[in-house]
Structure formats: C-alpha cells, structure tokens
Design a protein around this ligand. Structure first.
Ligand SMILES: *[C@@H]1O[C@H](CO)[C@@H](O)[C@H](O)[C@H]1NC(C)=O
Ligand SMILES: *[C@@H]1O[C@H](CO)[C@@H](O)[C@H](O)[C@H]1NC(C)=O
Ligand SMILES: *[C@@H]1O[C@H](CO)[C@@H](O)[C@H](O)[C@H]1NC(C)=O
Ligand SMILES: *[C@@H]1O[C@H](CO)[C@@H](O)[C@H](O)[C@H]1NC(C)=O
Ligand SMILES: *[C@@H]1O[C@H](CO)[C@@H](O)[C@H](O)[C@H]1NC(C)=O
Ligand SMILES: *[C@@H]1O[C@H](CO)[C@@H](O)[C@H](O)[C@H]1NC(C)=O
Ligand SMILES: *[C@@H]1O[C@H](CO)[C@@H](O)[C@H](O)[C@H]1NC(C)=O
Length: 488
C-alpha cells in the first residue's frame, strides 16, 4: 500500500470517530445489509459509465464542452435533453480545491450544477439562484461536518471581507463528483455560436487548499479506480465499487456515516474489498430493484399533476438525503437530474397500459397531446416534450427532431405561431406519431416522431425555471388521447 493510502485510511478513521451517532443495531442480517449496500452503491454504476468517456479524453478537473445538441447517437446517459448545451467535468477534490469562473450570462437560462459521487445535486449556481458572474471556489467539506454542503454565498453569509474575491464557495459532500453545466439553446441556427462563446468564457482550474493542509482525502480519481478489475456481473460490481469508493466518499448526510459503514461491514466489505458472503447476489439484486420501484411509486413519493401526468415528490428529485431508494430510482431513469427548483420532469402514465410510462403505438396510431394554454414559467424559463425509445435514448427519425417546445415553431390550428410576437395564449396540440407515418403539411411543425413502425417509447415533459403554479394544481397539464394516425 503506498504511504498516501495510509494517511487516507487514518483520515477516514478520524472521520468515523468524530461522528458519535448510535451504531446501527447488530440484528441486521447479512441479507439486509447486502440489500442496503446494493441500493446505496447503485449510482456508482452510472457514475462510472458517465465519467469514463469524459476522463478518457480530458482526465479530471477539466471542462469538456458539448458543441452541438444531443442526437440519437448519444448513449452515455439515458434520457438526455435536447434543450441545452452541456459542459461536463469530472471533479476530483481529493488533492486540492478548484475554482470555476462563471461568465456573465444575461440572455438565457443557465445552470451550473454540482453533483456528489452518488449523483446528489447538492449545489446549483445559475439563473434560478440569481447568482452573479465571477469566481466560485469548489472544496470538499465533509471532513469538517459543521460546514454544510451546498452553495455558500459570500454576500449572504456577511463575510464579504473574508472571501478573497470569490462570489462564494461550492461545498462538496464527497471529494469525487461531477459538474454538468447547462446553457439553454434557442432554435435559431445562429444561437449555437453565442452559446459556444459563453462556454469558452467559462474556466475551471485547480488551486491549493485554503488551509494549506497537505492531507489527501482520497486517491486520485483515475480510469483504473472506476473501471479496473471489476466483475461484469452488475450486482457484484456494485458491491466492488462501493467497497472501493465509499471509504472516501461519505454519505450525503454525514449523520448516517456510522450506520452506513456498519451495513457495509455486515455485507462483506472490508478494507476496500468486497468478500462475498451471500450465496445468490442475483436474487437479492432483483429483490432490491422491486423494492426501489415500489418505493418510488408510493403515493407519498409521487406528485399527481392531473390528466395522467406525475412527477416525483419535488423534494425527492435531484438531492436525496438519506432516501437511497429514490436516489437509485432516479439514477436508473435519469442520472444527473436537477433539483425541482431548476426543472420539473413530469412523465405521462398511460391508463391503457396499466398506468405505465411506457407508451405503445400500433403503426396506424398516434397520440395527440392537447395543451389548453402555455405553461407558466419564470422569465428565463422554457419547456420541451422529448420522446425516448425503449432503451431510453432519443428516437431516430428523418427530421432529426427529438423534442418540441416553446422554441420550436409550434403552431395553432390556424397556422399562426404559438410563441409568436403576440401574447395570445390558447389551445394547441402536439402529434406524437411514428417516424415513418408523415402527417399532412399543416401538422409538420407540431409532429414529434415516435419510433418507426410504432412500438414502445416514453416522453418527458421538461419545465425549466418553473413557477409554483405548475406543481400546485393551478395549471392544467395536457390531455393525451390515442387517435388514428393523421395522414393526408
Ligand atoms: C453583465 O451584463 C449585463 C448586460 O450586458 C450588464 O448590465 C452587467 O453590468 C454585467 N454584469 C457584470 C457583473 O459584468
Ligand atoms: C470556442 O473555442 C473553440 C475551441 O477553442 C473554438 O474553436 C471556437 O471558435 C470558439 N467559439 C467561439 C464562438 O468563441
Ligand atoms: C473498462 O473495462 C472494460 C473491461 O475491462 C474495458 O473493455 C473498457 O475498455 C474499459 N473502459 C475504459 C474507458 O477504460
Ligand atoms: C441529516 O439527518 C438528520 C437526522 O435524520 C436530520 O436531522 C438533518 O436534517 C439531516 N440534514 C440534512 C442536511 O439533510
Ligand atoms: C440465483 O437466483 C436467480 C434469480 O432468482 C436464479 O435464477 C438462479 O438460478 C440462482 N442461482 C443459484 C446458483 O442458485
Ligand atoms: C395560459 O393560460 C392558462 C389558462 O388557460 C394559464 O394557466 C397559463 O398560466 C397561461 N400561460 C401563460 C404563459 O400565461
Ligand atoms: C391542420 O388542419 C386540420 C384541417 O383543417 C385541422 O383540423 C388541424 O387542427 C390543423 N392542425 C394544425 C396543427 O394546424
């Protein structure tokens, strides 16, 4: 073991000793502890899947700008949006701090979100927060748990004299994490250049820690650490990755540290290694998946929005606290979701298919989404309706059209623009119809292609910078009707 590993292990022991919460009961069975660990560690799988391509080309702590909107070829994350350009970085705060230099974005929605190693969206800087341009210092704080994770603005905390010119601090709960900036794109061809220019003015760079503590909080995050010597069996891999990464990446809520560590030990995790004690991990993992699905669909964890639309409980989206089942559910469905203050992600549940989010069309059918008015959003807000195939990726189609919304030239039935220059706010419709069944010309601008030949797919309605009236029942969500395909 290299010497640095020794000091890291010592540090973890110190962290443990300082958290004097009660031990979990020793009556926890190996099965229960293993189920807990499979639930807790699951998000490390999408983390590695997402981080590896970024790290392979750019390493850690470097911004990687996506210069074009996502297309059907993109398969690094499930259910990507086609509304914003992403800027990604895999963050490693183990050996020092980082600074992000935020440009002055005044003409569009933007959000610079930070995620911990388990996909918790613990901090956002952007339009919704009314955050100022300038430098923000990113640092790992869970070694001093009196410091809360999140954004700590210098002005708000009245310590402007003490901020060394920073607008604020981004206090990270784990040394490993992710940055995934989003800048809204309008549909104009000229807009991409403007967004590129904002991306180019954004900087991320390393600085030594404030306190000059030479302590290393974890080994450097490498491709080997995320991908080397791991089982191809997913449940075993979850246990192995948890064993490897969790010792340095504490729980989102540090008060749960002791219980979590106790569970790991019961489950066969010792000194960074998983030694299987359970005979059939496959069966246990299946049980965990069922429990996660049933937890996520409990009434207290869902928000019913009307006309078949539902969202997760708003406080269980993006930042999950100790709700590790919800964290698993969202990671499997839309890894790196934002908190509900930034965006709502309602899904449509089809009563004709057992209230599933899977929609099924015969080749001769379509779904008609009828909006009785425009969704109410805050000034920089925007919305989209995006289709996904059965693998949760974008649906290939001849128009290369993956979403419709306020920036896409939707028309009213008289042919005038829904988002034109007047303030008209009336009924309009979106036609979701197979990619190979072309509707009459006057429908083209309102046609969202479903998979060719019909079949299974699903839609996500995204509402960025939402107003409260969207989620409190004041706004009527669109009705969805199955109809015969509309053809000339
Ligand atoms: C940001 O840009 C706006 C509009 O151009 C300007 O009014 C404002 O002063 C700028 N803010 C900063 C901090 O540069
Ligand atoms: C942004 O930076 C890239 C790479 O350096 C460069 O090719 C591109 O022209 C720049 N775009 C704008 C609009 O500044
Ligand atoms: C991860 O490991 C697998 C299996 O060893 C290998 O095929 C793959 O290329 C690795 N990925 C990266 C990014 O190193
Ligand atoms: C952490 O958990 C404790 C105990 O359940 C709770 O009181 C506290 O509010 C939680 N903190 C956060 C930031 O969620
Ligand atoms: C493990 O459980 C799975 C699923 O229940 C089952 O298909 C498999 O046969 C079991 N394997 C063993 C070795 O018992
Ligand atoms: C449009 O009208 C509906 C009522 O029909 C209302 O709920 C909604 O807030 C309005 N949208 C905007 C953007 O004004
Ligand atoms: C297209 O024209 C038909 C027939 O006039 C009309 O019923 C329908 O609402 C129109 N659709 C759109 C999106 O304009």
């Amino acid at each position: 073991m290299p010497p640095s590993m020794n000091s890291i292990l010592l540090l973890t022991a110190g962290l443990l000793a300082s958290q004097a919460t009660a031990l979990a009961p020793s009556t926890i069975s190996v099965d229960q502890a293993t189920e807990f660990t499979l639930t807790y560690g699951y998000p490390l799988i999408p983390y590695a899947k997402w981080a590896l391509p970024v790290m392979t080309t750019d390493g850690t702590n470097r911004l990687q700008h996506k210069r074009s909107l996502t297309t059907a070829d993109f398969q690094d994350v499930v259910r990507p949006n086609v509304d914003t350009l992403y800027s990604a970085a895999i963050l490693d705060l183990s050996h020092g701090d980082l600074v992000i230099d935020v440009p002055n974005v005044t003409d569009r929605y933007w959000v610079f979100p930070f995620y911990d190693a388990y996909g918790n969206n613990y901090a956002n800087v952007g339009t919704v927060g009314g955050n100022k341009p300038g430098k923000y210092r990113i640092r790992y704080v869970q070694d001093s748990p009196q410091q809360e994770a999140g954004v700590q603005l210098c002005q708000a905390s009245g310590q402007s004299g003490n901020c060394q010119g920073y607008q604020g601090y981004i206090n990270a709960p784990t040394p490993y994490g992710t940055f995934l900036g989003r800048l809204a794109v309008t549909d104009e061809a000229t807009d991409l250049r403007k967004v590129h220019s904002i991306q180019n003015q954004t900087a991320l760079y390393a600085v030594p820690r404030d306190d000059n503590k030479a302590v290393k909080y974890a080994p450097k995050l490498t491709v080997g650490l995320l991908n080397g010597s791991l089982s191809s069996d997913i449940p075993t891999r979850i246990m192995q990755m948890t064993a490897r990464l969790a010792p340095y990446n504490p729980p989102r809520n540090i008060s749960d540290l002791r219980r979590v560590q106790h569970m790991f030990r019961r489950a066969g995790i010792h000194e960074g290694k998983y030694i299987p004690t359970h005979k059939n991990l496959t069966a246990l993992a299946a049980k965990v998946t069922d429990a996660v699905l049933s937890h996520a669909s409990k009434p207290e964890n869902t928000l019913v929005l009307g006309n078949g639309w539902q969202s997760r409980r708003l406080s269980a989206q993006g930042d999950y606290g100790m709700d590790y089942q919800m964290r698993y559910a969202v990671a499997a469905r839309g890894y790196l979701a934002l908190t509900a203050t930034e965006a709502l992600y309602p899904m449509y549940y089809d009563a004709s298919n057992g209230y599933s989010t899977t929609l099924i069309l015969n080749p001769g059918q379509a779904f008609l989404f009828t909006y009785d008015g425009k969704p109410p959003l805050t000034k920089e807000g925007f919305w989209s309706l995006t289709g996904y195939n059965s693998e949760q990726y974008l649906i290939a189609n001849p128009l290369d059209r993956y979403a419709l919304g306020d920036r896409s030239g939707l028309t009213y039935s008289d042919g005038s623009l829904v988002y034109g220059s007047d303030s008209r706010n009336g009924t309009f419709q979106i036609l979701v119809q197979p990619a190979d069944v072309e509707p009459p010309k006057n429908w083209t601008s309102n046609w969202l292609p479903a998979p060719e030949g019909g079949g299974s797919f699903s839609v996500t309605f995204r509402l960025y910078a939402p107003t409260t009236s969207l989620a409190n029942g004041e706004w009527t969500f669109p009705t969805v009707q199955r109809v015969d395909a509309i053809v000339a």
